[in-house]
Ligand binder design. Structure first.
Ligand SMILES: N=CN[C@@H](CCC(=O)O)C(=O)O
Ligand SMILES: [Zn+2]
Length: 416
């Protein structure tokens, strides 16, 4: 591996702003058309091309193949033997929040269980923050994510929980991503503690109406609910069904926080209602796994192992899910309570080390499958957006092999 260098193309026959990225030791394309070249399952899954090159013009991939066969381009970026992967798709985050809950984390590490009660602390801090403060916090978090290879992010609300504060969070989130999710049904806020039904009415009525009137799918592509078996801070199966059905009637697609704190109705409800994703899946019964397997192609099971790490909880049975044919994605769940880390390399290292995914399965889950849960196609192929990340190492194995090292970053394809 040598230092990456950018130089003008040798013959400079083209003047179309094209960029030839070469010196790629291993390219993960996620493209099945590249799979037939491989006997090894991981290489097949990832559509690996070795000694590869990519030509990009105006942010779109134009050509992918062996470096020896690459066409000429305006400029050349020689990565000196590094691996290139599709940028990570972080399909579950709660980036719009203010305040600090590190003391709650410390208490958990000495035995206090997580029950969602701390969400009210973040709600109070977020309501008290100005728009500019929240905007700056989100911008800083997005910059941290890009620095670790994430190029696509979903952002949920859920720390406003009034009509105005939820709309504000959605508008701020929308400045950073089109993949926004309305999570007014995160918890019942303190002012409604004695009137749960009143809060469900607010979410399914005036709050949802305001979201739709404020821009519909342009403001929120999805509606999400934190569903747990007993109505503590979160929403039980009946409440969650009412909220999800209202969201669906309003034209939003669905996502669900399900089976995080114990076995419960969230996973089966998500599958029944055709949600795009059900996230956490920490405590599953066989019937949940069967429902997820039957919902393959519609409902993705998004695992968030940073949460199990940060809450000292058991890890989900990812191997059982994959072996049952379930679509499994990985995401960070970056939030102030259960996982204040947006590091997808960390998530991948946990998935490999603690949940027994192969490195290839973990990378595929953090790119191709997470993308699918957002209705996106994360192949490195002609015509696709050039959302790439580069690893300071010769292969994707280094993501988990060199856990904790800052070796992956989003590839900035701006003009030199
Ligand atoms: N479980 C629900 N929501 C978040 C945690 C929110 C918080 O504790 O602030 C999650 O995905 O884990
Ligand atoms: Zn979450």
């Amino acid at each position: 591996m040598t230092s990456p260098t950018a130089t003008p193309g040798r013959s400079r026959r083209r003047h179309d702003g094209s960029l030839l990225i070469t010196g790629i030791s291993e390219l993960t394309t996620n493209d099945p058309v590249r799979s037939h070249a491989h006997r090894e399952a991981g290489d097949r899954l990832l559509g690996i091309v070795r000694d590869a090159a990519v030509v990009v013009t105006d942010g779109t991939i134009e050509w992918v193949g062996a470096a020896a066969e690459a066409p000429d381009a305006d400029r050349v970026l020689d990565l000196g033997g590094r691996a290139v992967i599709p940028g990570f798709v972080d399909s579950h985050t709660h980036l719009v929040f203010a305040g600090d809950r590190s003391a709650e984390f410390a208490a958990r590490m000495t035995g206090t269980p997580y029950d969602g009660g701390g969400i009210a602390v973040s709600v109070a801090a977020t309501r008290a923050a100005s728009d500019d403060e929240l905007r700056a916090l989100v911008a800083g978090r997005i910059a941290e994510m890009r620095a670790l290879g994430t190029t696509t992010v979903e952002i949920k609300t859920g720390y406003g929980l009034t009509v105005e504060d939820e709309l504000r969070a959605l508008r701020i989130a929308r400045e950073f991503t089109p993949h926004t999710t309305f999570l007014g049904a995160h918890v019942v806020p303190p002012e409604y503690a004695a009137d749960r039904a009143g809060y469900v009415d607010l979410v399914t009525g005036p709050m949802l109406d305001a979201v739709v009137a404020g821009g519909g799918a342009d403001l929120a592509a999805y509606l999400d609910v934190f569903c747990e078996p007993h109505s503590g801070h979160a929403f039980d199966g009946d409440e969650a069904r009412a909220i999800l059905e209202a969201g669906r009637r309003a034209g939003l697609q669905l996502r669900v926080h399900g089976n995080q704190l114990g076995p419960g109705p969230g996973v089966r409800l998500a599958c029944e209602l055709g949600a795009a994703s059900v996230d956490h899946c920490t405590f599953l019964l066989d019937a949940d796994v069967e429902a997820l397997a039957a919902a393959r192609g519609t409902t993705v099971a998004t695992l968030l192992p940073g949460v199990e790490f940060s809450t000292r909880s058991p890890y989900p049975h990812a191997r059982q899910l994959i072996d049952a044919g379930v679509d499994v994605a990985l995401a960070s769940d970056c939030n102030p309570g259960t996982c204040y880390s947006s590091s997808m390399p960390f998530v991948i290292a946990l998935a490999v080390g603690e949940m027994h995914l192969t490195p290839a399965e973990a990378l595929h889950a953090a790119t191709a499958v997470a993308a699918r849960s957002l209705g996106l196609d994360r192949r490195v192929a002609p015509g696709r957006p050039a959302e790439l990340a580069v690893i300071d190492g010769p292969s994707h194995l280094h993501l988990s092999y060199r856990a904790g090292m800052p070796i992956v970053r989003a590839l900035d394809l701006g003009a030199p």
